[in-house]
Write a protein that binds this ligand. Sequence first.
Ligand code: CA
Length: 463
Amino acid sequence: MDRPNIVFIMSDDHASHAISAYGSRINSTPQIDRLAEEGARFDNCFCTNAICTPSRASILTGTYNHENGVRTLFDELDGRQQTFPQLLQASGYQTALIGKWHLGHGGHADPTGFDYWNVLPGQGDYFDPVMIENGVERKYEGYVTDLITDMSRDWLQARDADRPFLLGLHHKAPHRWWLPHPRHADLYDDDRVEPETLYDDYETRSQAARQAHMRVDRHMRRRDVKADPPEGLSTAERRRWFYQRYIKDYLRCIAAVDESVGRVLDYLDEHGLTQNTIVVYTSDQGFFLGDHGWYDKRFMYEESLRMPLLVRYPALVEAGSVSSSFVLNTDFAPTFAELAGVVPPEPMSGRSVVPLLQGEPPADWRRTAYYRYWEHMSDPHYVPAHYGIRTDRYKLVYYYGEGLGLNGVADQATEPEWELFDLAADPHELRNVYDQPGYREVTRELTTELARVQKEIGDVGHH
Ligand code: CA
């Protein structure tokens, strides 16, 4: 059989609870849902660091951030490292990357492994964006999500039909500042359902959670919500007002992403490419959609930790299948390599999920997911550095009190603190039970497991 084509669609900050295939209560994504209906949905895909640049580096290299050196937003990926696009390109794939890159530019930080690339500088703009096409900057007229889709279809049309391809279609949306296309301006005029934890009071929880500057009502700016709140609102009313203003624009941006996915799937259908093309939809990490009263990500809490992952490949994947095995963002690169028939010369920490796609999880598949956020009080969100593990039932988090600040300079120390959540009894992570009666034995076991995992993957020390 011919080697499969790969269309790798990645959006930015698209939480799985804003995808109807994942049970969203606030929007509908019929095009993205096609991938779940015709392929596999992964319910436990986690990032190892919930922030753009480091997660993207792990996705490309198949390694943790302590291995690939991209620990914070301020680190650039050294493109001389092994990445899956390079491996596929060297094995005869034609490769393209269109849209968001966000791994630095210049020197060794330009995209590598792509025959063609056209990327946004940094975050890029929603309207009339500047993009860098194989090193040449140009301004494009139009809406960024539509432009990236048009360019991707054009590239598919112009490709060499005799060779397999890898197309990275990486949307900027729905990243802050959430500017929807005017055609979606009237979507969601009625109020959206509020998350269960919108009015979280952080009782029993860490100072980290209490002090984070990501509350919708306190820390969002006018630029986020594009209006001033009415006078005289109570605290709860104010939170509600900010949540509604924010979530509607966020979801309107996703509406364009959903249309984009539909246009790509239609292209594959119309050109007889559906059977032999793997289509992946994911996002670099999750996002707080008013959960815990927050926007943004960074924390190891579920909404930010979890990535959507949908994979359609009719030759291998049973339609409508669902996997609850733990998948990490380090697993993407080895998976793409195996699907393309390439053996990576350098080892990767991640593991190919091909057996999971076939519905045959290996007996020794991981049961613990490791996470580490390295930035420490270094940006306007004031989230302290932390690491931790998630198992099927529990999550243990250690805010270790120091870390990397702006441009890698250590910032103010904080008091170290722990959080432990029993996800079976407390799925919304509202009650910290670290070392509490009834949880002392579990606390000890998980602390030991955390140390074991850190040793196994070689991430030791606090810096
Ligand atoms: Ca992101």
